[in-house]
Write a protein that binds this ligand. Structure first.
Ligand SMILES: [Zn+2]
Length: 210
């Protein structure tokens, strides 16, 4: 395979990128400067060494020093210990954090589940989630907020996660709530604005866990 095709195949593996878009990326790069391509290559190379997974919320963060293991949210003692918000992906956490309407802690599940997912356990950080909930309970956790998108995948993910956390919720008498209808049906949290996220959080309703 020649260089053009190799790069084309790599771009095709990106989420949501088809063969034509992948080809456009390749030709875009060919039309840019050496400086741009070198910067891009350098940033990609350094991604793994500079960005790491937070050991508490499991989001990716840029560590300022090589010893940091907690992201800026998890290392902030002024956050409210009583609530833990579960989101599907980093982009959802970023959206809520940017809105500045929530002051508790987070946990990134890792994925949304499709309705036909054969191995949901491999897509969602279930072991890490139960471990973190146990730890946060000791610090004063009272409420788990399920902040999942209001589409079929979000619903499916919510049901699966409720099954996982159910024993802990009962054991520690935790409150579980889901975001209210401030988010309209089909809405992706990722694309929601501050006002929408605020309404959804204010209007969250308690979920009865079986
Ligand atoms: Zn964190």
């Amino acid at each position: 395979m020649d260089h053009l095709n190799r790069l084309h195949e790599l771009f095709r593996q990106f989420p949501g990128i088809g063969p034509r878009q992948a080809k456009r990326f390749v030709y875009f790069l060919l039309g840019t400067t050496d400086g741009f391509r070198n910067t891009l290559a350098k940033e990609i190379t350094e991604l793994a060494s500079r960005v790491t997974l937070c050991v508490s919320c499991f989001r990716f963060f840029d560590r300022k020093n090589s010893k940091a293991s907690l992201c800026s949210v998890c290392s902030d003692d002024s956050r409210d210990v009583i609530s833990l918000m579960l989101v599907a992906r980093d982009v959802d956490l970023d959206a809520v954090e940017k809105s500045k309407v929530y002051n508790g802690y987070y946990f990134v599940l890792g994925n949304q589940l499709s309705l036909i997912e054969p191995e949901p356990e491999s897509k969602i950080r279930t072991k890490e989630l139960t471990r973190i909930i146990e730890k946060r309970v000791k610090d004063g956790l009272k409420e788990i907020i399920l902040a999942l998108s209001l589409n079929s995948e979000g619903e499916h993910t919510r049901e699966f996660v409720e099954g996982i956390i159910s024993p802990l919720v009962k054991k520690h008498s935790l409150k579980v709530s889901i975001l209210g209808r401030g988010l309209s049906t089909g809405t992706e949290l990722e694309y929601s604005d501050t006002e929408t996220i605020k309404n959804a959080l204010d209007g969250r309703k308690e979920e009865v866990i079986m």
